[in-house]
Design a protein around this ligand. Structure first.
Ligand SMILES: Cc1cc2nc3c(=O)[nH]c(=O)nc-3n(C[C@H](O)[C@H](O)[C@H](O)COP(=O)(O)OP(=O)(O)OC[C@H]3O[C@@H](n4cnc5c(N)ncnc54)[C@H](O)[C@@H]3O)c2cc1C
Length: 497
């Protein structure tokens, strides 16, 4: 009798054989490294990222402590034809540091968290296992240095910097990727490459805007010092959301002309609040003058405000929203963020039209049922970000004035992974984005709406152009050169063709 084995079973058996052989190969590395296998009790937690929507099952989780561990891990993955997902802080919006699918090798870099400062050169070599808050604190204690990353304390420097990286020092110093002088990467061959302006310069260009070429182990960054690190001003001003027309109109006219010493974001919440948050790199006594054009244009007094002259590290701590006033606690950050969320973005190179503001109001006035939070963040871009020539990096958003991020959250902090679902939330955000994008295309007379790749969205139409524009073809060339077998991939990684 002929035994008929279903194809799916053949695939499954082959998959298990690969996994077993991969795990055996990784387990041989030892030397302080660690392998977590699916049967390990810590595996479910270790495989999760920040967003509990994604419960992809990696073939194994590898935790290196040295670069040579990563080199061997890549060789193990090659030998077993398994794709690799590097993880820095695990904050991908689409679970891409789990590979965005089952069966990848997750390389969790959290132990590569050294920061080595060279005061004479005013540079630091930063391991990609660093999260933002610990990095800010380490640079501050080394000499009151600054790095313009994002505000969330538990975002990883790896993912953030590879894809841009925008925060409250952005208008003064540009995006995080603009600070990078040199990048060390374990390549798809398992060797270590150093990329800078003079060597592997095409790779250096690509890695400042896009990932998926290898595993970055460290960035050498230029260190910034704000004009007076002990005297900056952090601020919030609130209005009821009913004032949105006046506040947005004022933001439109004041923002693009504002000094680069100030960076702001406007948070408009479906719960009815509208808050301007910002950081000014100078004393409180100057702030009224800096914001005068904005306040005059709004016309009505804020319903609340909280303006603090403080040191830079206290200001950065404030906007992490961690429940502490001790900057040393930044070494052990705790995320306050929802465990279930979806976000997406649009980038604007001109002021918002009345129609765009109406669309915002329409959606923010109708909370999706089941959500625990729905809001937009309107970042003021421009400043130094736009002083960098577009051809210099694969981060091509050099002509934008505002970035909008739409966010919807659901489930509570204790919700189990993969469980809560909120179809109404997803419909809400997709429709909100869709209406804004339709209006955008009409006004800008272009088909593709630019978007920020750190707010990666699997459903984004024509994401290749939206994130990378004219850089996309060159990125594919770099991919073919450095990762010809597409070892580093996720659903929106740079493809070979
Ligand atoms: C709550 C929250 C707040 C945020 N706030 C901001 C903000 O203020 N400003 C801002 O600009 N962005 C912000 N972001 C977006 C954030 O920058 C991106 O999600 C970023 O990619 C996350 O980086 P990560 O290292 O934490 O994530 P990961 O999930 O670890 O990585 C994200 C992607 O980068 C790849 N990657 C990570 N490390 C490496 C590495 N060492 N080598 C190669 N590839 C790597 C991963 O494989 C994955 O594809 C926020 C996100 C969240 C969830």
């Amino acid at each position: 009798m002929r035994l008929v084995v279903p194809l799916s079973l053949v695939c499954l058996l082959a998959h298990h054989a690969h996994s077993a052989s991969l795990i055996q190969c990784l387990s041989g590395i030892q030397d302080g490294s660690k392998v977590i296998v699916p049967s390990d009790p810590v595996y479910p937690k270790a495989s999760l990222g920040q967003d509990y929507r994604f419960t992809y099952k990696p073939a194994a989780i590898f935790i290196p402590t040295k670069e040579k561990h990563i080199q061997t891990a890549v060789i193990c993955a090659n030998a077993n034809n398994v794709t690799i997902a590097p993880r820095s802080g695990g904050h991908s919006y689409e679970g891409y540091s789990q590979g965005g699918k089952n069966g990848a090798l997750l390389v969790d870099l959290y132990k590569l968290d050294s920061v080595s400062v060279d005061k004479n050169a005013r540079t630091a070599v930063v391991g990609t296992g660093n999260l933002l808050a610990p990095l800010y604190y380490k640079l501050w204690t080394a000499g009151k240095y600054a790095f313009p990353g994002g505000t969330c304390p538990t975002v990883g420097v790896g993912g953030l910097t590879l894809h841009g990286g925008y925060g409250l020092l952005g208008r003064k110093y540009g995006v995080a990727a603009d600070q990078v002088l040199e990048i060390t990467m374990v390549s798809a061959k398992g060797d270590t490459l150093v990329a800078n302006k003079n060597q592997s310069s095409d790779l250096f260009w690509a890695l400042r805007g896009a990932g998926s070429f290898g595993i970055i182990t460290s960035f050498k960054i230029a260190l910034q010092t704000v004009p007076n690190p002990d005297v900056v001003t952090s601020f919030t001003y609130d209005w009821p959301a009913s004032q949105h027309s006046a506040v947005l109109a004022a933001y439109n006219t004041w923002g693009p002309k504002a000094t680069n010493d100030v960076t702001t974001e406007l948070n408009w919440d479906s719960a009815g609040s509208l808050e301007l948050q910002g950081l000014y790199l100078g004393p409180k006594s100057n702030l009224n003058g800096i914001l005068k054009g904005f306040m005059d244009a709004v016309g009505s007094k804020p319903s609340a405000s909280d303006v603090r002259q403080q040191s830079l590290i206290d200001a950065l701590l404030r906007f992490t929203w961690m429940d502490t006033t001790n900057p040393a606690d930044m070494l052990h950050p705790v995320a306050q963020d929802a465990k279930y969320m979806k976000g997406n973005s649009l980038l604007y190179s001109a002021p918002f039209s009345g129609q765009t503001i109406q669309i915002m109001n329409k959606y923010l006035s109708s909370v999706p049922s089941g959500s625990t939070g729905a809001y937009i963040i309107v970042d003021l871009w421009g400043g130094q970000v736009n002083n960098v020539p577009i051809s210099e990096t694969a981060f091509i958003h050099r002509n934008e004035l505002f970035g909008i991020e739409i966010v919807v959250e659901w489930g509570n902090m204790n919700a189990p992974p993969g469980k809560p679902d909120c179809p109404a939330c997803l419909t809400w955000i997709n429709n909100f984005y869709g209406d804004l994008a339709t209006q955008y295309r009409k006004e800008y007379k272009i088909n593709t709406v630019p978007a920020y790749q750190n707010y990666i969205d699997k459903g984004l139409p024509n994401w290749q152009q939206a994130y990378y524009g004219a850089a996309y073809d060159r990125l594919k060339q770099v991919k073919r050169q450095y990762d010809p077998s597409n070892r580093f991939q996720f659903p929106q990684s740079i493809p070979l063709n």
